[in-house]
Ligand binder design. Sequence first.
Ligand code: GLA
Length: 332
Amino acid sequence: MKSHPFRLGCLITLGLLTLASLASAAATAPVKIGFLVKQPEEPWFQLEWKFADQAAKELGFTVIKIGATDGEKVLSAIDNLAANGAQGFVICTPDTRLGAGIAAKAKSAGLKLISVDDQFLGANGQPMAAIHHLGISAGKIGADVGTTLFAEMKKRNWTAADTAVCAVTFEELATAKERTDGAIGALTAAGFAKDHIFKAPQRTSDIPGAFDAVNILLTQKPTVKHWLVCGMNDSAVLGAVRALESRGFAADSSVGVGINGTDCIVELEKAKPTSFYGSMLLSPKRHGSETVTMMYHWIKDGQEPALDSRTTGILITRENFRQVLKEQGIRE
Ligand code: GLA
């Protein structure tokens, strides 16, 4: 049977209308953005989530927060995000070597991707420069830790012969290695003897991992009188400080400087000073809100974010932490 030209016309118009309404539904679909973090128990990541939520509230989109502590959880989270109508996600991966797999999975699920904190590594072990990333200026921040430690040693009149450095390392993570390398570099540049610098490699990047690593080092070096401590973040230095305390070291015989500034607040609030002297405060606000805001504009307006952004740190100590945390919107 031949179709009547009028009927055919109607069908075509109807089809076009349906297509147009589908397209406009996509453009006006609510924006949903996943935010996956490797260690949801760390205050640092909880604050990233908090600031991501704040940005979402201001701009009118939804953040889906997921603790993704291993590779399997990351992959199933990406499936769930796609099924729930998300258009993209921000991730601090539990393992940077999963980078290529995560990028491929995001692509096949049609999700945009930004990495935060820990940059993906490709199959060749090099950073995946084509994946949009926001991280810290790790080497510079580490160097500031080293400079601070050296100044504190001088202030206390500790002699070079009696003093050693304990660098709590986690070298499988590039940003962590850059931080401790930066600290060691600044200390040696200031004249600290290389043969008084010892690494305590963490098996896990948390307080117990640092505690165990430093315990081993302290057993090996029983004659050191004063310790200067650096590490990849506050948890690394806190674990070291606890291990030092268990050997009788306190604020008058050891000094540690962390990185993050968000995971040491309880420590700085203690009435009696501990060996944890201070921390390089990073910006969970920028990491949390800027990443989701970049993602939002990418999804909504097709505005592609910068490929690589780096943030800086500022030293907080018992003297100024309340004021600085307030200024940074971290504490009331
Ligand atoms: C890594 C660390 C976190 C924090 C961020 C900052 O992911 O594990 O504790 O220092 O970097 O970018």
